[in-house]
Design a protein around this ligand. Structure first.
Ligand SMILES: Nc1nc2c(ncn2[C@@H]2O[C@H](COP(=O)(O)OP(=O)(O)O)[C@@H](O)[C@H]2O)c(=O)[nH]1
Ligand SMILES: [Mg+2]
Length: 260
């Protein structure tokens, strides 16, 4: 009887080895679970933070000089009607619901130089996208002012940290002096290149720790929009036109908003 029992029992050393084996296996399993949990946390937390930050940035700003057509575009987009406008001193706010779901807050910011800085500061941390409206009929005359305004936006530290997509909307295509978007791209690139040289020499002569803006584009190269960290798109549109068959065309704005 005694002998049979001994046969079924494992020798002490073997049983200890088996115990050790399971102990190690258990530990390894736990270690693997722990590593997986850490990896998942490290992946999910930044994704969650990115998405919640993106969700909190739901403003689309309409920017540009006075008379470019921002307010007409604003009412076309939100209320599908043409309004007789006057130079705005206050921002216009409205909710735009995307056909595919989701919505943006559209902010039409007055173009007046003294007002726009105040409004930009107010809305820049919640900016998801920028529609920069240009009067294509007067761009050659106003190029310096347009470029200065664009420069302020593009080099702003808060804008650079969130990098909103930018649509440069060449409005008033019905005007007889209107330039196309390709020509406007070139005119602006040339002007921004000149402006950047002036601004960088100004920056060098001031205390760099005080700056809230960055130098534009890549050093030693002609300025190009494609070199920016922002996704910049150029498009043509007509917010209002006397032609009754085609009184307006803001399709490019709709299309851009759908992809934003
Ligand atoms: N011909 C023409 N005039 C436009 C167009 N869009 C706007 N306007 C006119 O430009 C003027 C300024 O428009 P507004 O929306 O007030 O410009 P804002 O100062 O940028 O808000 C108004 O008289 C508009 O009727 C356009 O596509 N073609
Ligand atoms: Mg306006």
């Amino acid at each position: 009887m005694e002998e049979i029992k001994n046969k079924n029992e494992k020798p002490l050393a073997e049983s200890l080895l088996e115990k050790d084996f399971f102990h190690v296996l258990n530990n390894e399993l736990w270690a693997q679970i722990l590593v997986s949990v850490i990896v998942i946390l490290f992946t999910l937390v930044p994704v969650y933070l990115f998405l919640s930050k993106r969700k909190s940035r739901r403003d689309v700003l309409f920017l540009g000089l006075c008379d470019a057509g921002k307010t007409v575009l604003f009412s076309r987009l939100l209320y599908d009607k043409f309004v007789q406008t006057h130079t705005s001193v206050k921002e216009n706010l409205g909710e735009y619901i995307k056909p595919s779901g989701g919505s943006f807050r559209i902010v039409d910011i007055p173009g007046h130089e003294r007002l726009r800085t105040k409004y930009l500061d107010q809305f820049k941390s919640t900016t998801r996208g920028i529609v920069f409206v240009i009067d294509s009929g007067t761009i050659q005359k106003d190029v310096r002012d347009v470029a200065e305004y664009l420069y302020t936006i593009l080099t702003d530290n808060v804008m650079l940290s969130s990098c909103p997509n930018i649509l440069i909307l060449c409005n008033k295509q019905d005007s007889i002096t209107a330039k196309g978007s390709k020509v406007i791209t070139q005119i602006l690139q040339k002007e921004l290149n000149t402006l950047r040289i002036t601004k960088s020499s100004q920056l060098e002569s001031t205390d760099s720790s005080q700056n809230t803006t960055q130098v534009l584009g890549k050093d030693g190269k002609e300025f190009e929009f494609s070199a920016l960290p922002y996704k910049v798109t150029f498009a043509e549109c007509t917010a209002t036109c006397k032609d009754e068959d085609k009184p307006y065309d803001i399709e490019p704005l709709y299309n851009w908003l759908q992809k934003l």
